[in-house]
Design a protein. Sequence first.
Length: 215
Amino acid sequence: MGPVLTGLAVALMASMVGAQTLGERAAEEKAKREQKAREGKPRPRVFTNADLGEEKASPGEVSSAAESAPSPDSDNDGWPRGRVGESDDESETDRSGRSGESDESDISAWKARVAHARSALTSARTRVANAQKRIEELNARLNPASASYEQDTFEAGESGLTSRHAALREELVNTESELGQARHDLEEAEQAWRDFVREALSEGAPSFLLREPER
């Protein structure tokens, strides 16, 4: 072989060796990266009963846990619902009970006020009725056509003789005057009753308490 051919052969062999060396190195680098990736990935942890704390409880522990658990009728803080211990959240029964007591108290107060207003009206009506009845009796005793007529008689007194008819007439005049005043008082009492009813209704008084007294 000539010198030129020998040099070409040597160069060709060197390039083949270099190419083989580079390929081997690349394969080795790839294998190393894959190995590092496998080693770097965290292994899944296997949990045991000891890790989870799920040790089998003894009968005594089960009983104690059941006793300490809140009952269905109690709040999270242990207080029974709707009983002593509730401050902000009261039971519906307690609220309705207090509401009923308040309503009864209001009705009792209105009953007292209505009774007072009725009493004034009833008293005024009674005075008028009594005066009218007395006037009728006096007129009958002075009327000769009446079955209640009284004969005129005279009685001796400090000022002399006193006529029975004169005394009856004087009483009749006084009673008629009383009747006039009684009727005036009745008008005022009736107006006062109407004002009271109007005011009471505006304040929320039960209407069934405000019936007018019978005449």
